[in-house]
Design a protein around this ligand. Structure first.
Ligand SMILES: [Zn+2]
Length: 299
């Protein structure tokens, strides 16, 4: 790791000096930050990126809650680091805005609604999509990548394994194949794409770290952010859909790898201990409803 620090330190300094253009290529593969030495991001905002109603909770809790409806939140997060902005996931496509019929990734199972556009929420704090430098993607399910095309100037940060997976041959699960086809369509071919191989220290100071949490999809990742007042916060991606699933290592039937899902949930619990971190669970409506929302922020 010493060699790696030597190689990348000048890159980070150069990136800071060159500003926007260089900052968009500053992400580096790294180890997880030292909790005592990690830098800070300035602000963390929650955006409302949709809500959904599924007709069978047992897909997320196999063997239990068969045929029971469940509501999920869809959340995006915006991080300010100096003059640089990163958005984590992009939610339900804006084309679904206020559409009473809603939008779906799997029409037999789930319907999403979008009550507020991402661009409208950004404008509430004086930003446009062009002001966003990084779009970091937890995974390629449609409710997380619905608006990638809204950010053509940004660098898309996604695990290499995930990007390859949506282009891989179909497997036995028809739902998973359907999700992959939709993912190819929604991802398109981003102009600025950075494929990641494991842990990634986005700003080179340990303030924002992407780390793999495979299992829900092969290249799923989560995000660890460090803030001055709030301390460490982990943004889940879909490593778990609820606090109860995390606690009990419950794996949804749509996940591509059950054993990897359990390992990833255990890893998140270890990280919560190590960093004294809060975990914000994307789709856990009960928790999401208690969290601050833009224009309020965590700092
Ligand atoms: Zn998902």
């Amino acid at each position: 790791m010493k060699l790696r620090s030597c190689v990348f330190a000048p890159v980070v300094v150069l990136a800071a000096w060159l500003g926007w253009a260089a900052a968009s290529t500053a992400a580096t593969t790294a180890t997880l930050p030292d909790p005592a030495r990690a830098g800070f991001a300035d602000r963390l905002y929650r955006l409302d990126c949709g809500r959904s109603l599924a007709n069978d909770e047992s897909v997320w809790t196999p063997g239990e809650n068969v045929g029971k409806p469940i509501e999920f939140s869809s959340t995006c997060w915006l991080i300010k680091h100096g003059g640089t902005w990163l958005i984590w996931d992009t939610g339900v496509p804006e084309s679904a805005l206020n559409d009473p019929k809603g939008w779906s990734t799997l029409p037999q199972l789930i319907v999403y609604h979008l009550d507020q556009s991402i661009s409208g929420q950004l404008s509430a704090i004086g930003l446009t999509p062009d002001d966003i430098h990084y779009v970091a993607i937890s995974h390629t399910h449609g409710d997380h990548i619905g608006n990638v095309a809204l950010f053509p100037k940004a660098t898309v940060l996604i695990q290499r394994v995930e990007y390859a997976w949506i282009r891989s041959p179909d497997g036995p699960n028809a739902n998973v194949n359907q999700l992959k086809a939709l993912a190819r369509k929604l991802m398109g071919s981003p102009k600025h794409l950075q494929l990641l191989d494991g842990n990634t220290d986005v700003f080179g100071d340990g303030s924002v770290t992407l780390f793999p949490t495979p299992g829900h999809t092969p290249g799923s990742q989560s995000l660890l952010v460090h803030l001055k007042q709030s301390g460490f916060i982990i943004l889940s991606g879909d490593v778990a859909h609820s606090a109860a699933n995390l606690r009990n290592d419950v794996v949804p039937s749509l996940n591509t790898d059950k054993a990897a899902s359990v390992t990833s949930m255990e890893n998140v619990k270890v990280m919560m201990d190590r960093y004294h971190a809060q975990l914000f669970i994307n789709h856990d409506k009960a928790q999401t409803d208690t969290l601050k929302i833009l224009p309020a922020f965590y700092d």
